[in-house]
Design a protein around this ligand. Structure first.
Ligand code: ATP
Ligand code: MG
Length: 285
């Protein structure tokens, strides 16, 4: 039988959330700690644990069929692979950092300056697009110390809170790219493998939809039901069940996490009582 090979970061900022997603998809991993390979018990998936930098290349070559990497690494490596899906975790920015006393206004101030980075291609393309000529120093790690040791006048590095820049006397001056973890696939997957990938995507969508929605249960007088329904776009239409109490009903539906508090306020005003809300583990549309 066909098995899909998926490459996941061995240890680092993507590893834990990648494995968590796999688990939420109901896929059980059969691995010994520290091993480089593992198989799933209940899904045709085999895991390869690698350094994140190597993942796009291995997927392009077909050593792995799928991979999970940061978009920053994917774009920098310029490998010919398919971006299947954004995964919503490991969100970060690739940003320009400069001395915190520099009254930085825009990217044109980097004209003729030197910038240290581990992302020479992304930075180079960005500067080219902005018609800025700067000298790019490629270094593989500890980029943020470059200005203090006189190696470069600015840096271009991954930032999430900005605390690493701050502790090195730098500030985030410009955002070059936003990134999150993505699922990538080899371009020429066989039909059988594509089929397994589609099953995996179906599960990931169900997990993601579940996270973006809340299940809501409430009681309301029948006279308020129409207004309440209009406040709950829900899946298709809400479930309404009569309560033992004459003239009252119970209503079940889903609410988008983003609109949640606003909707609750409106529901209360419309006459809803006994509102219960719970998280949704999976949601299939
Ligand atoms: P490896 O040893 O596998 O090469 P690494 O040191 O290159 O690991 P990590 O620091 O683990 O990489 O980061 C992996 C990815 O996680 C980055 O490419 C980026 O997409 C994302 N990332 C990096 N820093 C952060 C952060 N502070 N917050 C959120 N996501 C981040
Ligand atoms: Mg790396």
């Amino acid at each position: 039988m066909n098995v899909l090979k998926i490459a996941i970061q061995k240890s680092g900022r993507l590893s834990e959330d990648s494995l968590k997603l796999i688990k939420e998809c109901g896929i059980k991993l059969n691995n010994g700690k520290g091993k480089l390979k593992a198989t799933a018990d209940n899904f045709p998936l085999e895991f390869l644990f690698l350094r994140d930098d190597d993942i796009p290349g291995y997927v392009e070559d077909g050593v792995a069929d799928l991979g999970i990497v940061g978009e920053n690494v994917l774009v920098e490596k310029e490998n010919d692979v398919e971006l299947v899906k954004k995964l919503g975790f490991s969100k970060c920015r690739l940003s320009i950092g400069v001395d915190r006393n520099w009254d930085y206004k825009n990217i044109h101030e980097l004209e003729g300056k030197s910038i240290a980075t581990s992302y020479p291609k992304i930075l180079g393309n960005y500067l080219k697009g902005k018609k800025v000529n700067a000298e790019i120093h490629e270094i593989s790690g500890s980029v943020e110390i470059a200005p203090s040791i006189g190696l470069a006048e600015a840096v271009c590095d991954i930032v999430s809170s900005g605390s690493t820049l701050l502790s090195n006397g730098l500030k985030e001056a410009d955002v070059i790219m936003r990134s999150e973890a993505v699922l990538i696939a080899q371009n020429a997957l066989s039909a059988d493998k594509r089929n397994i990938l589609n099953q995996l995507i179906f599960r990931i969508n169900a997990v993601q939809e579940g996270k973006q929605n809340k299940y809501i249960l409430l009681n309301a007088p029948n006279s308020a039901i129409d207004e309440i329904i209009s406040l709950l776009p829900g899946m298709k239409s809400p479930t309404i069940l009569p309560l033992a109490m004459e003239g009252w009903s119970s209503l079940h539906s889903v609410v988008k996490e983003d609109d949640f508090w606003e909707v609750i306020e409106k529901l209360k005003k419309a006459g809803a009582e006994g509102i219960l809300v719970s998280s949704i583990e999976k949601m299939i549309l």
